[in-house]
Design a protein around this ligand. Sequence first.
Ligand code: ADP
Ligand code: IPE
Length: 244
Amino acid sequence: MIVFKIGGSVITKKDEYRTSRKDALRQILLVITQFPGKKIIVHGGGSFGHIKAKEFELPGRITENTRMGYAVIHRDMTELNQLVVSMLIEMGVPAVGMSSATLGLEGKISYDHIGNLFSRGLVPVLYGDVYPMRGGRFGIYSGDTIVHDLSIRYKPGKVIFFTDVDGIYDKDPKTHPDAKLLRTVDLKPQFGTIQNDVTGGMGGKFSTIQKIRLHCKEVYLLNGNYPERILEKRRKAFIGTVIS
Ligand code: ADP
Ligand code: IPE
């Protein structure tokens, strides 16, 4: 099995509320459909999630404000999910959207439901979303955390992250022109400050990837603007980061 995570950074314009990048999304999905066998697709939020989360102070305590934020973000994330699912259906993939807002209070996915879809040849498409927590709070379950939970459960052969940079660098490539792409990671990179990302940005992603690695053979991180790079068979020629 392969788990794919499509980052909000590449399928949305991160600074423009609720604006998608449809061409980039289509190219990524066309590449994903070329992988035979069982797959689960997870996507993030980008400007459909993070902007309103910051504005409405989510994750956080239940208040009138966060209640409205919850409703808005769930609506926006579902809209993005429907776009992903519709494109997949047009490509002939029996994709089924599934929100983490239907989670239990512990914030764990209903694996039974995923398993039921999966064993019937359907392709679940999950996404980061808001969810009700215990203790009078609303949480945000990020796409990366979903991938982690799926990895514990299914022990996938590969996990592939599409993001908006070529891979993990020794420092943020957007603010450091001299940043070096790390083909594999054996030192602790720097991740800089985070804007428009309530779930931890690349620093959060990196620590989640290290946990995911314990449950699967290989984790790939590459630029979703050039998704065909993942099809490169020769490991040395692959442009991206591989953690194995
Ligand atoms: P996604 O939305 O794809 O899950 P994020 O927006 O959370 O991804 O993280 C990607 C961003 O992380 C990049 O745009 C990049 O500017 C930033 N970043 C910060 N530090 C690093 C680093 N050391 N290597 C790569 N990217 C980094
Ligand atoms: C965030 O999911 C979802 C919300 C903010 C509601 P992710 O944290 O996986 O999103 P990206 O990929 O970083 O945009």
